[in-house]
Design a protein around this ligand. Structure first.
Ligand code: ADP
Ligand code: GLC
Length: 493
């Protein structure tokens, strides 16, 4: 089965969040199951700055953009492990910029940038020598691909027989644009209606993908249910409810080669379940050096790695820290970037409690790995969470996650109760209400458990033994691809 995967970021080439981890690992997992996978991502400045092997292919072509044409130049590389090809769409005007999407404000021309990307991905695939069976599109940035395949490229032999799968990683980011951007897309205005591309007067890229794709997936079964209602659907719950038969929730896996505490190049020393205590001690020393601060060995280390945005529940953490920092029960390290207000509020807390809280503002892959290794506990108190990957990295690195019962966090973490501890299913601490007190109580429970050496050791060993590799989920994707391939395409007329 030939799969074209279209994503706006992929590790290790360009990353702002979990989408990159998925797009960087799923192609290889599908390839291990016999799929022939080609991944297409934009050639951002970051892609070239990493020093990874990315070479020009010599292929270039023009992509229509309203009345103009933009040149796409194609670069090629391989994903780590060599199982899948990755192609990069270059256009300096669109992608040679300091960040992927802009920030703090989005780039004003993001509609144009990702219209260009979606069309260029298809123009590239249409010039390949063998036809594609599946076009697997991720998030709003690839949201126009299913519509382009059905409306514009349906006569291209390499694309005509393909089925399209739209994967939602986050309903809150939909790619809403000015209606006049329709002119850039080249689509007929008749598709700008409330059933198809339009949403409250705007052009909506994700909605377009959800309407035109032959199948829809999202990154956990619980989130698949949440988005078919308000508020989880972020205004598109009606669109999703109409297509509920086409929606599947498939939980994300993790790249067990890139995230392996035994071989992780970012750690001072590798470790496994048998020497996790020594491994964590070494990681903690190296973290202390990085931070320029001492970290006491006998105080539990609580970490959070993530985008500092409303979704991630940082407001709960700030309130909880205000009460707990003085108590001396734990040491906290937070790594993230995001909203200026949140960054400043965390900075103030860290300044008030220098020996207790460290806040590192920035995106630092190596430090993230080191933190999961050094930590005893990892916080994921999200307001909503489609899947979440940091709780999975925590488990693999022997840190116990504290999560709120939402989305993929429900599907991946089992709350420690006498019963689940007894039968070995417990893997973390789960709280329900989106409330700082509830988070605090869950953390207190974790810290109490940490005080019981045997109980904690059992929990850590159980966490590290869990298999979150991509194998199971990749098999689900293959089954889905086979199903959609056998069915007729969705009727969009
Ligand atoms: P989301 O995609 O919503 O940001 P996920 O938990 O799925 O959340 O994935 C986040 C990914 O980004 C993880 O690999 C996490 O380690 C990484 N990450 C987030 N913030 C940072 C940061 N400041 N530095 C390094 N890695 C980060
Ligand atoms: C999104 C979600 C996150 C998910 C990631 C990868 O960014 O916020 O929950 O893990 O995509 O699917």
């Amino acid at each position: 089965m030939r799969v074209l995967m279209v994503a706006s970021e992929a590790a290790p080439f360009a990353k702002t969040g979990g989408l990159a981890d998925v797009a960087g690992a799923l192609p290889s997992a599908l390839a291990r199951l016999g799929c022939d996978v080609t991944l297409v991502v934009p050639a951002y400045r970051e892609v070239f700055a990493k020093g990874l092997p990315v070479e020009p292919t010599g292929l270039s072509f023009e992509v229509p953009m309203g009345a103009r044409r933009l040149e796409a130049r194609i670069f090629g590389g391989r994903l780590p492990g060599d199982a899948a090809r990755v192609y990069f769409v270059a256009n300096d005007g669109c992608f040679d910029r300091p960040t992927l999407y802009g920030g703090p404000r989005d780039y004003a021309d993001n509609a144009e940038r990702f219209i260009f990307f979606a069309r260029a991905a298809l123009e590239f695939a249409g010039r390949e020598e063998r036809p594609f069976d599946i076009l697997h599109c991720h998030d709003w940035q690839a949201g126009l691909v299913p519509a382009y395949q059905k409306l514009v490229y349906r006569g291209w032999p390499m694309l005509a027989g393909a089925r399209t799968v739209m994967t939602i990683h986050n309903m809150a980011y939909q790619g809403w644009f000015w209606h006049w951007d329709m002119l850039l897309t080249g689509f007929d205005w008749r598709y700008f209606n409330w059933r198809q591309m339009e949403c409250h007067g705007q052009l909506n890229f994700l909605k377009t993908g959800l309407v035109f794709a032959d199948a829809i997936t999202t990154v956990s079964p619980t989130y698949a249910r949440e988005i078919q209602q308000s508020p989880g659907g972020c205004g598109l719950d009606g669109v999703l409810a109409v297509r509920s038969d086409a929606i599947t929730g498939i939980v994300n896996g993790i790249d067990t080669a890139a995230w392996d505490p035994a071989t992780d190049p970012y750690l001072p020393r590798g470790y496994g379940p048998d020497d996790v205590v020594a491994g964590k001690r070494a990681a903690r020393r190296s973290l202390a050096e990085r931070l320029g601060r001492e970290i006491a060995e006998d105080v539990p280390l609580v970490a959070l790695v993530g985008r500092l945005v409303e979704q991630k529940g940082i407001d709960l953490v700030i309130e909880m820290l205000g009460r707990m920092a003085g108590g001396g029960r734990a040491r906290f390290v937070i790594l993230g970037t995001g909203s200026v207000d949140t960054e400043e509020a965390l900075g103030r807390l860290a300044a008030e409690h220098p020996g207790v809280i460290n806040v590192v503002i920035g995106f630092d892959e190596g430090l993230a790995h080191l933190l999961f290794a050094a930590a005893d506990v990892v916080l994921v108190p999200s307001r909503y969470e489609p899947c979440g990957l940091t709780q999975l990295y925590a488990l693999r690195y022997g840190a116990i996650p504290i999560v709120r019962a939402t989305g993929g966090l429900v599907d991946t973490v089992v709350d420690a109760t006498p019963e689940s501890l007894g039968d070995g299913r417990a893997s973390g601490f789960v709280f329900d209400a989106f409330d700082a007190r509830a988070l605090e109580r869950a953390l207190e429970r974790a810290l109490d458990a940490h005080g019981d050496r045997d109980l904690w050791d059992g929990l850590v060993r159980g966490a590290m033994a869990r298999d979150w590799s991509w194998d199971t989920s990749a098999r689900e994707y293959v089954r889905l691809f086979e199903r959609v391939r056998a069915a007729p395409p969705v009727d969009v007329h």
